[in-house]
Design a protein around this ligand. Structure first.
Ligand code: GDP
Ligand code: MG
Length: 283
């Protein structure tokens, strides 16, 4: 992947400043990582801004990722951060698990307040994460409101308000959206594959090639299971077989490789190729 990806550092700085201002308001940061690409979900610039805050990591979309890898990543992040939860935001009892973890992390603050003779104040939190990682879904769950604002694009802005999750736990109602640097092409490819950055940042051809390499390495049976593809030797061989199985034909009657590739990328994103983690934990 030698081609240049354009990136505007000004956007990054502006977004980080916004997050930095919100970080000042909270006791605990709830940071979301996509379980399919947890390392690419980390923004190193943000890590620097939040070193002094308690941090709870939530691995989201664990239902789409590889269960074995979920466990390994969770264990890994437990060593690095204050708390880690694995959540399927569509199913889990997210509110209860999250509330428990937040209260655990807020206990130091309560102890300090009581030492000063104060009444313990609710723990203030905010959610941060890359686009599409599940921030709105989680906020809506915690606010117990319908899926307003949940979409595949990064957010809407409103005045900041605190959502009272329960008497001990407040949540800022607007998430911090983390901008990504696309300088690292491998990361950019992972983020495009999971839908966190626009796909057209890289040509479909490269994304397809990249995905197929990963599938070949880690999940060699996934293509046979989904498309009945039995020769996975290279990209065109695979795409030709997918086009044949799905009867994707172009205007001159040939296998439509482009549509086969688009289908592959879409079905991966939708979890139809099985539980797949793109970034494997390496000890
Ligand atoms: N399968 C699955 N989909 C999820 C999960 N969390 C969020 N989504 C979906 O991912 C998409 C983006 O979610 P959203 O909450 O808008 O992400 P945001 O951009 O971080 O606010 C939506 O289509 C959600 O329904 C999850 O844990 N599992
Ligand atoms: Mg959102």
């Amino acid at each position: 992947m030698g081609q240049q990806i354009h990136w505007f550092p000004g956007h990054m700085n502006k977004a980080l400043n916004e997050v930095e201002n919100k970080v000042k308001l909270v006791d605990v940061i709830i940071e979301l990582f996509d379980a399919r690409a947890p390392l690419s979900s980390i923004n190193e610039n943000l890590e620097k801004l939040t070193v002094n805050k308690k941090k709870l990591i939530v691995l989201t979309k664990t239902d789409l990722a590889d269960p074995e890898q979920n466990k390994k990543w969770a264990a890994h992040f437990k060593e690095k951060y204050d708390q880690v939860l694995c959540l399927d935001l569509k199913k889990n009892n997210a509110e209860i698990l999250l509330s428990k973890a937040v209260i655990e992390l807020g206990k130091d603050k309560w102890a300090k307040e009581m030492k000063k003779g104060m009444k313990p104040q609710p723990i203030r939190t905010m959610i941060i994460g890359i686009p599409n990682v599940g921030k709105s879904s989680l906020i809506n769950r915690l606010a117990k409101r319908k899926a307003a604002g949940v979409q595949n694009k990064p957010g809407y802005t409103r005045g900041e308000q605190w959502i009272k999750v329960n008497k001990d736990f407040l949540l800022l109602d607007t998430p911090g959206i983390l901008p990504m640097s696309y300088e690292d092409h491998k990361k950019a490819a992972h983020l495009a594959l999971i839908g966190s950055i626009r796909e057209d940042i890289l040509p479909n051809e490269q994304l397809g090639e990249y995905l197929l390499e990963l599938l070949k390495k880690y999940y060699p049976n996934s293509l046979e299971n989904r498309y009945n593809v039995n020769d996975i030797s290279d990209r065109l061989t695979v795409l030709n077989q997918i086009a044949e199985r799905r009867k994707l034909v172009n205007s001159v009657g040939e296998n439509d490789i482009e549509r086969a590739e688009a289908l592959l990328l879409k079905e991966f994103k939708d979890g139809l190729l099985g539980n797949i983690t793109l970034e494997w934990y390496e000890s």
